[in-house]
Design a protein around this ligand. Structure first.
Ligand code: NDP
Length: 286
């Protein structure tokens, strides 16, 4: 068997085409969706993520603005800036690029962003809304994963999904979204004993660990769907996932590649959330 590839890049392009039309219509009605990103310091990876977000906004007609603050900025000055953006009616989505310098409390920053403008879906109010199945801004990587599964009509209800990783930005929310979709979900992490006993019975395996090529075919059930969230930069500069693509592709039914997998979908779902925020804040159905 050779698994079908779920190409996140192609899916993103299709979604961005649809969003561009939607943004054009909104603009005709006087609504100009606007995302503001705060970048603290000049960490190269963060800068490259922020540039990627700005480019994607441009492709769909969403306005974007980057506020660059020095890495020495005080926590209170950063919070003041967020309060200002919370009150700016031209700004619909606010995103603070993480990680932040160690002298700034990330959780405080996340909680200062108005939940109405929290297009990353990290605010505890939005996480609580997701947990209880309410309408909200879903955090972008888990939202992208569910969208990828849906794009291939992969059935989730009643299936056993195993998530490796329990971070607040990927593992936990993706497990919750899979539960919301009626999967039976097992979450594994670094303290899990005998990881393979769980992964080998997974119909859907989501890997969000951050260890290059850790999951080979011996972890995977024949015919499973394997979603690789990992983004690991090898010494030779190559970007690789947590899944050993070549061996797993021989065993799985569906697989996401790295690059061109979950990564592009994460940015695309950020655009979706920004459009939703614009519609909501301008009192249209989001
Ligand atoms: P974290 O480091 O926050 O979490 C990693 C998780 O993996 C933890 O829960 C950890 O367990 C678990 N883990 C570590 N080692 C093992 C092991 N040997 N066996 C089982 N579980 C293990 O990472 P993130 O969730 O932020 O990111 C995960 C990966 O996804 C990274 O490569 C990151 O770059 C990538 N990523 C990709 C995105 C995209 O858009 N494609 C977006 C966000 C992240 P414990 O909790 O016990 O420490």
């Amino acid at each position: 068997m050779s698994a079908e590839i779920i190409n996140g890049k192609d899916l993103s392009l299709a979604l961005k085409e649809e969003m561009k039309k939607e943004v054009d219509t909104l603009k005709t009605g006087g609504i100009h969706p606007q995302l503001t990103v705060i970048l603290v310091g000049d960490h190269p990876a963060s800068r490259s993520y922020v540039n990627g977000k700005e480019k994607a906004c441009g492709e769909t007609g969403i306005g974007s603005h980057i506020i660059e603050l020095p890495k020495t900025v005080s926590e209170s000055d950063l919070l003041k800036e967020i309060h200002r953006l919370n009150g700016d009616t031209n700004v619909h989505g606010i995103l603070v690029q993480l990680p932040l310098p160690v002298h700034i409390d990330e959780q405080k920053v996340i909680e200062t962003i108005s939940p109405e403008k929290d297009v990353d879906g990290f605010h505890p109010i939005n996480i609580g809304r997701m947990m209880t199945g309410m309408d909200t801004y879903l955090s972008c990587t888990p939202y992208g994963i569910i969208t990828m599964l849906r794009s291939k009509n992969i059935s989730i209800a009643g299936k056993h999904a195993v998530v490796i990783g329990r971070s607040n930005i990927v593992g936990k929310p993706v497990a919750q979204l899979l539960i919301n979709e009626n999967a039976t979900v097992t979450t594994c992490h670094s303290k899990t004993e005998n990881l393979k006993q769980f992964t080998r019975i997974a119909d859907i395996l989501v890997v969000a660990v951050g260890k290059a090529n850790m999951i080979d075919a011996s972890y995977v059930k024949e015919g499973a769907t394997v979603i690789d969230v990992g983004m690991n930069r090898l010494e030779n500069g190559k970007l690789t996932g947590d899944v050993d693509f070549d061996s797993v592709q021989e065993k799985a039914s569906f697989i996401t590649p790295v690059p061109r997998g979950v990564g592009p979908m994460t940015i695309t779902m950020l655009l979706k959330n920004t459009i939703k925020a614009a519609k909501r804040l301008e009192n249209r159905e989001g």
